[in-house]
Design a protein around this ligand. Sequence first.
Ligand code: GLP
Length: 242
Amino acid sequence: MKVIKVKNYDELSKVAADIIADLLKENPKATLGLATGSSPIGLYQNLIKKYEKGEISFKDVKTYNLDEYCELPKSHPESYYSFMHRNLFSHVDIKEENVHIPCSEGSDLEKLCKEYNDLLHKASIDLQLLGIGANGHIGFNEPNTSFEQETFVVKLTEKTRKDNQRFFNSLDEVPTHAMTMGIKNIMQAKKILLVASGANKQDAVKKLLSGEVTESFPASVLNNHPDVTVIVDEEAAKLLND
Ligand code: GLP
């Protein structure tokens, strides 16, 4: 695992965007696995700037998002569909048909999971971007999810719902379930880029980099992947020994 330590969120966002931009320059038809949450917003802003300057294009890029809340219509401002369009897709030249986000609107969630999973089996993700939950979740794979798990509907832990409450008016409004790529799907990406920023991630970063691999801490599985880069800022890295 390669660890890049940076000063703050701004620098993290620049360094992460440079890694993705370099990949798109080398392979304009790359397939990206994308993430939501606060962590990637700055890097998406930097990618938009690079697109506006003509340095990169998303014309032939395909994307697959990690997860989506159940119970929220796509049009809800906090759906991950809305998040991705607001923070990246509406500002670049990506084709809507190349955008894939799990669809959790509908009564047959099993069928929708299978459809997304089948799409992932056909795709070959060149780079998967990840944030990390304070409890070590990646995507919405909560602690004690099997490393063999593929796309599924997960009941969110109270910790995760409380962490995400800041995006909603109250805890009651935070969905209780989400559809997420499983850990097995995430591990199939060729490269993984994880970004962690802020004091809230100190414990998670320490556990991730301790090297211990355990299903009680989902992100620890990344220690078994051959090509992972972790970018951490000073606050998130505070508990690491240099
Ligand atoms: C959310 C998302 C994850 C994200 C994590 C951290 O619940 N499902 O993909 O990595 O929480 O979010 P943030 O970056 O806002 O701390």
